[in-house]
Design a protein around this ligand. Structure first.
Ligand code: FAD
Ligand code: SF4
Ligand code: SF4
Length: 478
């Protein structure tokens, strides 16, 4: 066994220092500090270099985790970066926002008894250090190809695919309806989890690699899907899911009840220095308000913590199941509680009170019943258990469904599943329309950045195979 490793018996687990609650409630900066060199090496040295590394098995990208941990423990950081970057386009982003407790770290074998290796924090440290020291370089393909690929959506799925295709020499153009690249990494996920400089430097790197961005361009509106197909040898759809799930009941149309993504986009834009009229008018600003967020996923967690930072007078989160059954990451719930958010478990809204604007939410207590066919416990209201909470701003964070893509793109041949996600052949990544591929949330439904990266990488491989076959490209493209 290498002398630097297996230190889990003597070296306790250490997560990167969290900023003090009082301080972090005041601003939008990331809450975790980056490891110091010595801390990262010590934490990496806790790994027992498993023969069958369950951490890698449960990482969607099957990162070579034990290898880069060993290199970090030995101080060979540039090599550690090369290994980390060979399987992951954005390791510093995954290191920050993957729910590691459910993926790599949750499956680390020393978790039981000694607490997991802090894999995500080391991954972030390696790549942030690589950026700092100038080791992260734009892609220079060995050969340029004439074939061009069009990608719709500059989120992690589209960006990862673009990089992989550019490496092979393709001419790649990404179209996005927003004015900035990054998808939900730029406008959904707040700064305190992922500072925007980290996303912006990835876009700059992509541009320096020769990837073109056509922003403020909604496909289906500003340019037709047919035009795009005619222009490119293949097209990848990586448009994510944006149709917010609605909530009904009396008063659901009152003022002051807003969709989560509108609220988060406004906050992210303000933090990027944009002027957002609905923020300035107070509609999408929690300052001085009693805020109630409805939902229990990552989006709800981001909303409650954003509201705290905007200066809400109180922030409550209503969720119909309990803590153990919520979809959001436990780490984020803990962070939210530390920051003063009150969780009202097992409660669901029934009506919204107020004249024009909302002034309260009438909710009912729920109890968990027997598991349904999916294995998830059903929820049922408890008769006569109504209660009311005061609210000046209600944020609906109930999840997202896909938009109607066949209609949006004027392409009825685009096959969708019963959930509205795009149907693909899971081996070829091709949709029902020849030469049109799809990846990320638009195929999986709302998921994770790391899965979008994985899909983008896989789709890029299949697009390459397709183009080679169609155009009889020489082996140089390999
Ligand atoms: P997206 O990131 O959604 O990108 C799609 C892009 O396509 C967008 O830029 C959009 O503008 C563009 N687009 C859509 N339609 C068109 C069109 N017609 N023409 C042109 N462009 C178009 N995941 C994590 O791993 N960790 C987290 O902590 C986390 N937190 C989250 C918090 C929030 C609030 C939300 C909403 C999601 C969070 N996620 C998190 C999930 C994660 O962001 C997504 O799974 C991931 O971004 C999906 O990537 P994607 O590339 O498929 O789509
Ligand atoms: Fe863990 Fe995510 Fe990194 Fe994989 S990509 S090692 S799951 S933090
Ligand atoms: Fe190291 Fe844990 Fe992975 Fe084993 S499971 S290789 S101990 S990080």
């Amino acid at each position: 066994m290498p002398e630097h490793m297996l230190r889990f018996v003597n070296v306790p687990q250490q997560t990167p220092e969290k900023r003090a609650v009082g301080e972090r409630r005041q601003d939008f900066a990331e809450i975790y500090r980056i490891f110091q060199d010595r801390e990262a090496a010590a934490q990496a040295s806790r790994c027992s270099q498993c023969g069958v590394p369950f951490c890698s098995v449960h990482c969607p990208l099957h990162n070579n985790i034990p290898d880069w941990l060993k290199l970090t423990a030995e101080g060979r950081l540039e090599e550690a970066y090369e290994v980390a970057a060979s399987t992951n386009n954005f390791p510093e982003i995954c290191g920050r926002i993957c729910p590691q407790d459910r993926l790599c770290e949750g499956n680390c074998v020393i978790e039981k008894g000694f607490e997991a290796v802090t894999i995500g924090a080391v991954e972030r440290y390696i790549t942030d250090t690589a950026f700092e020291r100038g080791w992260v370089k734009p892609i220079v393909p060995r050969h340029e190809l004439d074939a061009s690929i069009g990608i719709i959506g500059a989120g992690p799925g589209g960006m990862a695919a673009a990089e992989q295709l550019r490496r092979r020499g393709y001419q790649v153009t990404i179209y996005d309806r927003h004015d900035r690249a990054g998808g939900l990494m730029i406008y959904g996920i707040p700064n305190f989890k992922l500072e925007k400089d980290v996303v912006l430097r990835r876009r700059a790197l992509a541009e320096a690699s020769g990837i073109k961005f056509v922003l403020n361009c909604a496909v289906g509106q500003d340019i037709s899907f047919a035009e795009l197909r005619a222009h490119h040898a293949a097209v990848l759809i990586a448009t994510g899911v944006y149709q917010a799930r609605e909530i009904g009941g009396p008063g659901a149309g009152l003022g002051g009840i807003v969709p989560a993504l509108d609220y988060l986009i406004a906050s992210n834009r303000e933090n990027l220095g944009d002027h957002v009229p609905d923020f300035a008018s107070g509609l999408l600003n929690a300052a001085g308000k009693r805020v109630v967020v409805i939902g229990g996923g990552d989006t709800a967690m981001d909303c409650v913590r954003t509201a705290v930072r905007q200066g809400a007078t109180s922030v409550q989160c209503l969720y119909r199941r309990d803590r153990a059954n919520m979809p959001g990451s436990m780490r984020e719930v803990k962070n939210a509680e530390e920051e003063g958010v009150e969780f009202v478990w097992l409660s669901a809204p029934e009506a919204f009170l107020g004249d024009d604007a909302v002034s309260g939410v009438r909710a009912v207590r729920m109890h968990l019943g027997l598991p349904d066919s999916s294995g998830r416990q059903s929820v049922e209201p408890i008769a006569g258990s109504h209660f009311t909470v005061g609210a000046d701003l209600v944020i609906k964070a109930l999840g997202f469904d896909p938009e109607d893509l066949p209609a949006m793109f004027g392409e009825p041949a685009l096959d969708v599943t019963r959930w509205g996600t795009l149907r693909i052949n899971h081996r070829s990544f091709m949709t029902s329309v020849p030469g049109v591929f799809a990846a990320g949330d638009i195929v999986r439904g709302a998921s994770l950045v790391v899965w979008a990266i994985r899909d983008g990488r896989d789709a890029a491989k299949r697009i390459h195979e397709y183009v080679v076959q169609q155009q009889a490209l020489p082996a140089a493209a390999e």
